[in-house]
Design a protein. Structure first.
Length: 303
């Protein structure tokens, strides 16, 4: 049987309330009483000039808007690659993105910085300041920030820490300044919280991104999952208003619950870099419904 773009693929289809899942019948009751904030999570678009990527992104944007999205979140890696690509080609990627968003989307956006959005960090000529160019392209004043929408606080984190000692040029870590800012944001807030990061804070599918079990031990690279996950999960335990953390980066899908927080890795709009599915996960976007009473629903949708 074939899927339609509205088919739920995996994980988080039930309405969540803190720890655990409510029944589908109570989800229907909640929908009749409370209107959620609908957030389309489009992560790992990896847009490049060309018929397939451009038409696919336009279709994904139309799908998000048809699903009633009040807000679209770019989960990072919105362009195909800047890490190891010549500046002129990167500029073409950004121009293609801006043209498509202007033509195909009328919904407000939030942007998360992804590793592939940063110019030259995987080259010997890497410079930390090129992240500022990414912020300019995304019209951001800072790479981490928060907004309030629909009775929720939405926190956008920056997973991409400059690490010139790594061939990739980065590690998955917040750094002290951002971690302290995050703690203040949570301490001063009583609204339910939804967190977006490009790289997963906690992830199961990160273990399957490459032969990470070779050598008779599981070994997940520091670029695959947050190295400061222990500090972050300890912080979240102190703030039960944090309900869910959403990410991408791996192009795979998972749904974890740990100490009352749900962690969703929401696949990739580009699937396997515009070459079909990756490990059984086709190109998809996520629709996240955030209810004013703190409940939520996360589902993946084929577009």
């Amino acid at each position: 049987m074939g899927f339609t773009r509205r088919d739920i693929l995996v994980g988080g289809a039930s309405l969540c309330a803190g720890v655990g899942l409510s029944t589908l019948s109570s989800a229907s009751e909640a929908e009749s009483d409370l209107q959620p904030l609908r957030v389309a999570h489009l992560t790992d678009i990896h847009l490049r000039p060309g018929k397939l990527p451009e038409e696919s992104l336009a279709r994904a944007l139309h799908s998000a808007q048809e699903l009633g999205a009040d807000l679209i979140v770019n989960g990072g890696d919105v362009i195909f690659d800047a890490l190891n690509t010549e500046r002129s080609q990167v500029e073409r990627q950004w121009k293609t993105l801006h043209r498509l968003l202007k033509a195909e989307s009328s919904t407000p956006w939030l942007h998360v910085v992804g590793n592939h959005d940063i110019l030259g960090w995987s080259t010997p000529k890497r410079e930390p300041g090129t992240k500022l160019e990414t912020l300019e392209q995304l019209e951001l004043s800072k790479s981490f920030y928060s907004v309030e929408r629909g009775g929720w606080k939405i926190v956008v984190l920056d997973s991409i820490e400059y690490a010139p000692q790594r061939s990739s040029g980065y590690l998955a870590r917040l750094g002290w300044e951002q971690l302290e800012w995050f703690e203040r944001e949570l301490r001063q807030n009583e609204l339910p919280v939804c967190v977006f990061s490009h790289i997963p804070i906690l992830s199961a599918c990160a273990y399957f991104d490459g032969p990470n079990e070779e050598g008779d031990n599981w070994s997940v690279p520091g670029e695959w999952m947050h190295l400061d996950a222990r500090a972050i999960k300890d912080l979240l335990r102190e703030h039960p208003q944090v309900k869910l953390c959403l990410s991408g980066h791996i192009h795979l899908v998972d749904n974890l619950q740990y100490h009352g927080v749900s962690y969703f890795c929401n696949g990739a709009v580009c699937g396997n870099y515009w070459q079909g599915s990756l490990q059984g996960f086709p190109p998809a976007l996520a629709l996240v419904e955030l209810y004013p009473d703190g409940r939520f629903r996360n589902r993946l949708v084929l577009y």
